[in-house]
Design a protein around this ligand. Structure first.
Ligand SMILES: [Cu+2]
Length: 296
């Protein structure tokens, strides 16, 4: 009996010690949570190898794509510190008349996955597919700093047309002579109930070379289940609002069951006029042509 008590006390003491030490050392290294991902392509530049991955193992046009970039030092395997790692994308196109042009697309810049200094996560909002190397294709540029050196690489990508079964995660609209893009960021740990919902709106500037955040809109969302009489979530969800802190439109999206949801979008200007999407009546079977999709 005594033994059990001592053992219990020892366990409690260890628990307290562990709790204290973790409180005292907020910078203690955490075990990195690297999402499972398949390699898409890799490239060796100087003595570094850049491995490009995501969950799907491919990039899709007209969609918001997550990307993971892992950097390996082939000469010094102990070196896992890569600073100021950044990316950019360019599409090169050849027009029917043979003229060449190029443009970019919105991205979410790379940032290190917590607990690592050599694995980075970001997003690429390819505005179109590009599968003809040298003719119509996207180039991913990555720059990083390690051991006092700056290393840059350029990687040609295959960006496939979005398949019919692939969900809509990027939309485009015109307003006042400008083109805008709306990207849906992945809903983290999507579940029945309330979920944090984040969209980014970008204005296409300088002929598609730059994509500053657009902040002057409100976005109303109306999730529906087309396979179940197009029912909604039983309440009106508050419009998403622009946050100057995150530069995203933020709000809550509610799902009252699992499955496929069609998220109707309504974009309004600051005069409360609809500038993209259509209002969907509560009992309507017809959805807006401006929407995103989730399935869980
Ligand atoms: Cu293009």
């Amino acid at each position: 009996m005594k033994k059990i008590i001592y053992f219990t006390l020892a366990v409690i003491a260890m628990g307290i010690t562990a709790a204290c030490s973790s409180d005292d050392n907020p910078n203690e290294s955490v075990n990195p949570i690297i999402p499972p991902a398949k390699e898409i392509i890799s490239k060796t530049e100087s003595n570094l190898t850049f491995i490009i991955k995501n969950k799907e193992g491919r990039f899709t046009g007209d969609a918001t794509n997550k990307v993971i970039v892992e950097i390996i030092d082939n000469i010094d395997s102990q070196n896992t510190v890569f600073n100021n790692t950044r990316m950019g994308i360019t599409m090169h196109m050849t027009m029917a008349n043979g003229h060449k042009m190029s443009h970019s697309a919105p991205i979410t810049q790379l940032k290190p996955i917590q607990g690592t200094t050599n694995v980075f996560e970001g997003e690429l909002m390819f505005t179109m597919a590009g599968t003809e190397p040298g003719v119509n294709y996207w180039v991913l540029e990555i720059e990083t700093q390690t051991k006092g050196q700056t290393i840059k690489t350029k990687i040609d990508l295959m960006v496939y047309p979005r398949g019919e079964s692939e969900l809509k995660t990027l939309q485009k609209f015109q307003y006042n002579g400008n083109t805008y893009l709306i990207a849906m960021h992945e809903i983290e740990h999507i579940k029945v109930g309330d979920n944090s919902f984040l969209l980014s709106v970008y204005q296409s500037d300088n002929h598609g070379a730059e994509f500053p955040y657009a902040k002057d809109f409100t976005i109303e969302i109306d999730p529906r289940m087309p396979t179940m009489a197009n029912h909604g979530v039983g309440k009106i969800l508050p419009p998403l609002q622009y946050s100057s802190a995150t530069e995203k439109y933020e709000g809550i999206i509610t799902f009252n069951m699992t499955g496929y949801w069609y998220i109707n979008l309504l974009v309004k200007n600051n005069a409360n006029e609809i500038i993209a999407g259509q209002f969907v009546e509560a009992d309507s079977q017809i959805n807006s042509d401006f929407y995103f999709e989730v399935d869980f």
